[in-house]
Design a protein around this ligand. Structure first.
Ligand SMILES: C[S@@+](CC[C@H](N)C(=O)[O-])C[C@H]1O[C@@H](n2cnc3c(N)ncnc32)[C@H](O)[C@@H]1O
Ligand SMILES: O=C(O)C(=O)C[C@]1(C(=O)O)C=C[C@@H](O)C=C1
Length: 243
C-alpha cells in the first residue's frame, strides 16, 4: 500500500466542520494513525498475538470500525485454528473500499467479509474474538453500552474483546500531563501547532473520551468477568475483557 503523507490540516481551514472519516482521511490514514496514536503499531501486532491465543476453531472474529483492515490482517496472519471467519465492519464507504482492496492483496485461507455498516446495527454471533480498536470513542454514550452488551452476548465462553481507546483521566494533573505528552508525540512526528489544533477542533464534538474506570464499569455491566488494561502509552491504551 502506498503511504501518502497526512497534510490535511497543514494550511488554515476557514470553516472547520466536524470530523468525518471521508475520502481524504482514508487516503492518508496509515500515516495519520501512525503519527497520531502512540503505540498504534505495537497494539496492532499484539492483537495478532492475542488472536493466536484466543481465537477458537469454528468461530467468528469481528473487527468493528476496521478502517483499512490493519487489525484484521494482523489477526489473520496469526490465526492457527480451522474454520474461522473474520467480519470487518466500518460505516465509512471510502475506508471499506480501500480495506477490501488491501485485504485482497494478501493471500490466506481464513475468509474475510468487509461490510459497510454501522456497528450498532450488525448482528454478531459465535464469536471468539472482537476488536474495537479506537472505534467506541466515536459512538454516543448510549450506543457504547449497547454495542458492548451485543458483543458480550455474541462471544463464546473464554471469548475476548480488545477495546483500544484514547482515555481521559479524572485526576486533572495526570489528564493534563498525558494530554500534553500526546501533543509532544505529535510534534515529534512532524505535526505543526496549526495541524494539531485544527484536528483537535474537528474531533471535539465527535470523539468523546472516557476514563479507564468508565470503560471498566461498562464492560462489567455488559457481563464481562475479567477486565484489565494490557497496554498504555500516554492517554492512549487498550483494555482486554474476557467472557
Ligand atoms: C480510528 S479509526 C479505527 C482504526 C482501525 N480500527 C485500525 O485499527 O486501524 C475509527 C474507525 O471507526 C469507524 N466508525 C466510527 N463510527 C462507526 C460506526 N458507528 N460504525 C462503524 N464504523 C464506525 C470510522 O469510519 C473509522 O474508520
Ligand atoms: O486525538 C488525536 O489527536 C487523534 O488523532 C486520535 C485519533 C483516534 O484516536 O482515533 C483520531 C482520529 C484519527 O483517526 C486518528 C487518531
Amino acid at each position: 500500500m502506498d503511504i501518502k503523507k497526512d497534510q490535511l490540516f497543514i494550511t488554515p481551514i476557514e470553516k472547520l466542520g466536524d470530523w468525518t472519516f471521508d475520502e481524504k482521511v482514508a487516503e492518508v490514514f496509515p500515516d495519520m494513525v501512525q503519527r497520531s496514536v502512540p503505540g498504534y503499531s505495537n497494539i496492532i501486532s499484539m492483537i495478532g498475538m492475542l488472536a493466536e491465543r484466543f481465537v477458537q476453531a469454528n468461530s467468528m472474529i469481528y473487527d468493528l470500525g476496521c478502517s483499512l483492515g490493519a487489525a484484521t490482517l494482523s489477526i489473520r496472519r496469526n490465526v492457527n485454528q480451522e474454520n474461522c471467519h473474520i467480519i470487518a465492519v466500518d460505516n465509512s464507504q471510502p475506508m471499506v473500499e480501500r480495506c477490501k482492496r488491501h485485504i485482497e492483496s494478501y493471500k490466506s485461507s481464513t475468509p474475510v467479509d468487509v461490510i459497510c455498516d454501522d456497528i450498532c446495527h450488525i448482528n454478531m454471533q459465535n464469536a471468539s474474538m472482537v476488536v474495537l480498536n479506537f472505534t467506541l470513542q466515536f459512538l454516543t454514550p448510549e450506543n457504547r453500552q449497547r454495542v458492548l452488551n451485543n458483543i458480550y452476548n455474541a462471544l463464546k465462553p473464554n471469548g475476548i474483546l480488545v477495546l483500544s481507546e484514547k482515555f481521559s483521566f479524572s485526576d486533572t494533573c495526570i489528564d493534563e500531563l498525558l494530554f500534553n505528552m500526546h501533543h509532544d508525540f505529535k510534534r515529534a512526528n512532524g505535526y505543526s501547532e496549526l495541524e494539531i489544533s485544527q484536528k483537535r477542533n474537528m474531533l471535539e464534538n465527535v470523539m468523546l473520551t472516557d476514563t479507564i474506570e468508565t470503560h471498566k464499569q461498562r464492560l462489567s455491566k455488559a457481563g464481562f468477568k475479567h477486565i484489565d488494561t494490557w497496554f498504555q502509552c500516554f492517554n492512549f491504551g487498550s483494555i482486554i475483557a474476557i467472557k
